[in-house]
Write a protein that binds this ligand. Structure first.
Ligand code: AMP
Length: 286
């Protein structure tokens, strides 16, 4: 497995691989890797002949400086895990490599309400930073396919819209959320949970599962209010539980006539902010 720290070295290797006929699968991450990330690499290796994972804790997508500071960093362990699942190359750039001084790289696209609701409301500027870094990384790597997790459903929706707005040829592949045995979605942030909060956190998934039942016979706003109470009663501090149209991210008013329904949650477990989601009704095949 190759490890590259500069764009120049990475692109030199990519160019030779492409000339030899390789197809490139790209997996952007912020490191502190777990099985969720590793399944993205495995998925990339199924359809591409070369997989490239990036590890970059992107400062521009953190609206809270403390969160950025506390974000776990363990590149050596990450490299070991990536090698085990057959990742071909890691891109480990510095902040200066991604954001060279004097370059106006901020991406400003109009995502409509997609980046205003849910995470966009509670983390102002987060999606502008996320879209900027994903665009920058895509320009550097120029992959055939981009692999991202359903775990960050709103992020994935915005990246899909970004690729459409830019007319990008890159194919976005959505990979299912990997969970712990008790249902908690795997996340790099889970390692910061106290034992008490780790015990409580699975209530998020359990509540989503119960909400999927309730929504069959109860209006969505009532189900949302019920879910917020469930999370708060268990000892979390929920920010939102929104049942939305999976394409527009608008609130679902009429469950029966909405083709693609997703429930998205953000809640604080002590000092750690967790997000999760569950698809209530699958996107119809097009
Ligand atoms: P992150 O390092 O948290 O920015 O995540 C990098 C990629 O891994 C994103 O596409 C995430 O959606 C994906 N990811 C994170 N956690 C999971 C999970 N539990 N299951 C599947 N994919 C995940």
């Amino acid at each position: 497995m190759k490890i590259f720290k500069t764009i120049y070295e990475l692109q030199y290797w990519l160019a030779t691989e492409r000339l030899a006929g390789a197809t490139i699968g790209f997996i952007p991450t912020m490191g502190a890797l777990h099985d969720g990330h590793l399944t993205l690499v495995e998925r990339a290796n199924e359809t591409c002949t070369r997989s490239v994972a990036s590890i970059f804790v992107n400062p521009t997508q953190f609206n809270d400086p403390k969160d950025l500071e506390r974000y776990p960093r363990m590149p050596e362990k990450d490299a070991e895990l990536l090698a085990k699942v057959g990742c071909n190359a890691i891109f480990l750039p510095s902040v200066e490599e991604i954001y060279p001084l004097g370059h106006a790289l901020k991406l400003r696209l109009n995502f409509g309400q997609l980046d205003k609701v849910m995470e966009g409301h509670f983390r102002p500027g987060h999606f502008e930073g996320m879209a900027t870094v994903v665009k920058r990384l895509l320009d550097i790597v120029q992959p055939h396919q981009l692999f991202m997790g359903q775990k960050d459903f709103q992020q994935l929706t915005i990246v899909r819209e970004m690729l459409r707005l830019l007319g990008s040829p890159v194919e976005l592949v959505m990979c299912p959320t990997i969970r712990e045995a008790d249902g908690l979605a795997k996340s790099s942030r889970n390692m910061r949970l106290t034992p008490e909060m780790r015990g409580i956190a699975p209530v998020i998934y359990n509540t989503l599962m119960e909400a999927a039942e309730k929504v069959q016979y109860t209006p969505c706003p009532q189900v949302q209010a019920w879910a917020m109470r469930q999370l708060a009663d268990a000892g979390l501090r929920p920010e939102y539980v929104d049942i939305v149209d999976g394409i527009t991210l608008r609130p679902v008013l009429d469950y029966e006539s909405t083709a693609f329904v997703v429930a998205c949650v953000a809640a604080w477990a002590g000092e750690v902010r967790l997000i999760d989601n569950l698809v209530f009704r699958e996107m119809p095949a097009v």
